[in-house]
Design a protein around this ligand. Structure first.
Ligand SMILES: *Cc1c(COP(=O)(O)O)cnc(C)c1O
Length: 413
């Protein structure tokens, strides 16, 4: 919806040195031609854009350039500012398309790069709607999907065929938290001529520079960290120039547009995303370490935690994390797990994550995995039942006390 353009005329002699993340989050997307004299881009509610005369109208239709007025479906400065901000946060990016949800962004990206007869490779730890997209609508349009074990590079290399045109990664998986070796996988995919898409919602570009690590299209559910306040739905796909053009053509053909009100909310969320993620990640690490000491817990699935699965790759490739992680309860007693979650007082029970408030949900990926075992080899077969926590901005000590009393409530009388 907006690609790299002229730099802000307001401060023409600004130094070119690379600014820090916090500074970039403050500056992102605030071009004077979009904000005027105020700090944030105003909400431009617009379907019709007016032209001075017929010649300008015809010129406008020919132009249809990023950041130029044309018609409401192409957005207006509020959406352009958000897209521009997301582009500026992703190293190596040329442009960003916005979508009405994260799921729409995943669908939009896959439809931009796949055609009937193509094969899509999907990581087995993918978010369930991603799987459903692959096995549902994409299949109906003649695209075949094959799943692969997220942690087995050889199996990944072996699943390619002549018709493989795209790969969908999710790192870490948003339930089981398995990390993939993204640079190695992206290198393999590139050598085979396939486009690498990644669902980068967990880390965001602040924690993982997806394009710099070899991915072609970086997708986020902005509903999570960028919105940050559990009150909006939106998605994005960010890419270098070639893939950005494909994303843009497809999104325009499909009629994707986001409301300017929601774009303004997302921009507001973005300004504080850095401090929120830092705080949530620090609390999550604290809580994950505490959970590891509990007898009720079989596994802590938190790649930020030293010694946890995926930690080595996380340390190598990531510059940050967030508050989302999981753990597996000992023993596989579903009713005990429900007693535990129901007893929580500070954690809400609900889908989504990345909001300022903490959440907990039960999960069990074993029925949907098709290319890898769950529980993984080496675990007790009963250690199947997971609890996913989204740690918000509450004090970590209070959250730990809440988890502690819920473990007591879970114990049989
Ligand atoms: C929530 C989520 C999505 C989908 O985003 P929506 O905005 O809810 O459509 C995609 N990927 C991951 C990893 C998610 O957690």
């Amino acid at each position: 919806m907006a690609a790299k353009g002229d730099t802000d005329a307001r401060r023409p002699d600004r130094q070119e040195r690379q600014l820090g993340t916090g500074t970039r989050l403050v500056e992102a997307g605030r071009r004077e031609e979009w904000t005027g004299a105020v700090v944030n881009p105003p909400v431009w509610r617009a379907s019709t854009h007016l032209y001075n005369d017929v010649a300008a109208l015809r010129g406008g239709q020919r132009g249809n350039a990023d950041g130029a007025f044309f018609y409401g479906r192409r957005g207006a400065p509020t959406q352009w500012a958000l897209a521009d901000a997301l582009t500026s946060l992703e190293p190596g990016a040329y442009g960003t398309m916005l979508y009405p949800s994260g799921t729409a962004a995943l669908a939009g990206a896959l439809m931009a790069v796949l055609s009937p007869g193509d094969v899509l490779l999907v990581t087995d730890n993918a978010y369930e709607p991603t799987r459903n997209l692959a096995t549902g609508i994409l299949k109906r349009f003649g695209i075949e999907s094959r799943f692969f074990d997220p942690c087995d590079l050889d199996a990944f290399a072996a699943v390619f065929c002549e018709r493989t045109k795209a790969v969908m990664l999710e790192c870490p998986g948003s339930l089981t938290m398995e990390l993939q070796d993204i640079p190695a996988m992206a290198t393999i995919a590139r050598a085979k001529g396939a486009v690498t898409c990644i669902d980068n919602t967990w880390a965001s570009p602040l924690g993982f520079a997806a394009l710099e690590h070899g991915c072609d299209i970086s997708i986020m559910s902005l509903t999570k960290h960028v919105g940050g306040h559990s009150d909006l739905m939106m998605g994005s796909a960010t890419a270098g120039e070639r893939h950005y053009r494909r994303l843009r053509n497809t999104a325009q053909a499909l009629g994707h547009v986001v409301s300017p009100d929601d774009a303004a909310l997302a921009l507001r969320g973005l300004r504080t995303m850095g401090v929120r993620l830092e705080r949530e990640a620090a609390s999550a690490l604290n809580i994950a370490a505490w959970l590891q000491s509990r007898d009720e817990v079989a596994q802590v699935l938190c790649p930020m935690l030293p010694g946890a699965p995926g930690h080595t790759i996380w340390k190598r490739d990531f510059t940050g994390g967030c508050g989302l992680f999981s753990f597996i309860l000992q023993g596989g007693d579903d009713e005990a797990r429900s007693r535990f979650i129901d007893a929580l007082q500070l954690f809400g029970i609900g889908y989504s994550w990345g909001g300022f408030e903490s959440l907990a949900i039960p999960f069990d990926p074993s029925p949907i995995r098709s290319a890898s075992a769950w529980p993984p080899a080496g675990w007790d077969a009963a250690d199947r039942l997971g609890v996913r926590l989204s740690i918000g901005l509450e004090d970590a000590d209070d959250l730990i006390a809440d988890l502690d009393q819920a473990f007591n409530a879970m114990a049989p009388a």
